[in-house]
Design a protein around this ligand. Structure first.
Ligand SMILES: CCCCCCC[C@@H](O)CC(=O)SCCNC(=O)CCNC(=O)[C@H](O)C(C)(C)COP(=O)(O)OP(=O)(O)OC[C@H]1O[C@@H](n2cnc3c(N)ncnc32)[C@H](O)[C@@H]1OP(=O)(O)O
Length: 270
């Protein structure tokens, strides 16, 4: 596990990434936007979570150590928006590996990405962790363990979206080509009966539904969630949301069987 531990503090970049309204539209379509959301599905307006794709995919070698990539799962994801994302443009991105924790059943590797616009002004920051199953037990620090419960009352709203059987095939075109989401043999090596959906697709769908319910896309400030169980393409997603303060919503996304798939959710807006 020396390889994992030596990563902490390592930076990569800056690198420059450009995008067009076609990329913006493709992302929106891949997270289920359609006729009722034409500004997003035609690429006139960017959804804030597209910023995660721009910051995190396409530039850096994601190999973090000597492990079987089929055992890597997305653990947690956060985005903090400093200015609304334009429908087309370019950014400069810097990545820093922030933590490596020994969670017993796996190693948790966390990174942060900071994206700035062409004038050097911060545009967005994202934090993401990957959970590499079977790579724990190397004697590292366990890291913080935070309890979380949703408010003890019925949700203020419940929002639904049924993913398609081809959802992962479409979502991979936004930049995450991990075979776990499309290749049955690779997925079997990871212990799954069939390919599972990208965590960021579930996250993007959830955020799109929350935006439709609570605010314009340009007002989103922060979204956090933990991937707590896998989603199979074709599953219905049910988002339970609680208003917890001005511009603050707690949420949790489950599948139709009630398994929580995205937990500890926080969505804030101005
Ligand atoms: C560019 C970089 C971006 C990243 C892209 C990644 C590439 C993508 O293509 C990959 C994906 O999209 S994978 C799909 C999305 N992710 C998932 O489906 C994971 C679902 N989660 C699980 O299966 C389990 O929670 C599992 C397996 C993660 C953990 O389950 P268990 O082993 O049973 O662990 P558990 O006993 O519950 O807890 C042990 C300690 O780990 C902490 N923990 C649990 N789940 C976590 C999670 N999801 N993220 C972070 N920490 C997590 C627990 O809190 C516990 O620690 P502690 O006791 O200190 O609190």
């Amino acid at each position: 596990m020396a390889i994992f531990r030596s990563l902490v503090g390592q930076t990569a970049g800056p690198w420059r990434r450009s995008w067009t309204e076609t990329d913006t539209a493709l992302y929106a379509l891949a997270i289920g936007a359609g006729q009722e959301e034409l500004a997003w599905s035609t690429g006139r307006e960017a959804l804030p979570t597209f910023g995660i794709v721009l910051a995190q995919f396409g530039a850096f070698d994601e190999r973090l150590g000597d492990y079987d990539p089929a055992l890597l799962l997305h653990g947690e994801q956060e985005i903090v928006v400093h200015q609304p994302l334009p429908a087309s443009g370019s950014v400069s991105v810097l990545r820093t590996v922030t933590d490596v924790f020994d969670k017993g059943s796996g190693a948790l590797v966390a990174s942060r990405w900071d994206a700035s616009d062409d004038a050097g002004k911060p545009l967005l920051s994202t934090s993401s962790s990957v959970f590499v199953r079977g790579e724990g037990g190397f004697g590292g620090e366990r890291g913080p363990s935070l309890a979380w419960e949703p408010p003890a009352r019925a949700p203020d709203v419940m929002l639904r979206f049924t993913t398609s059987a081809n959802q992962a095939l479409l979502y991979r075109l936004t930049g995450d080509h991990n075979p776990l989401h499309v290749d049955p043999e690779f997925a079997a090596r990871g212990g799954f009966d069939r390919p599972i959906l990208h965590g960021l697709c579930t996250y993007g769908i959830t955020c799109r539904l929350l935006i439709r319910e609570f605010c314009e896309a340009s007002r989103v400030r922060r979204v956090f969630g933990r991937f707590s169980s896998p989603v199979v393409p074709g599953a219905e997603l049910v988002v339970s949301a609680w208003r917890t303060g001005p511009g603050e919503v707690a949420f949790r996304t489950a599948d139709a069987d009630g398994s929580v798939v995205l937990d500890r959710g926080l969505f804030t807006y101005s």
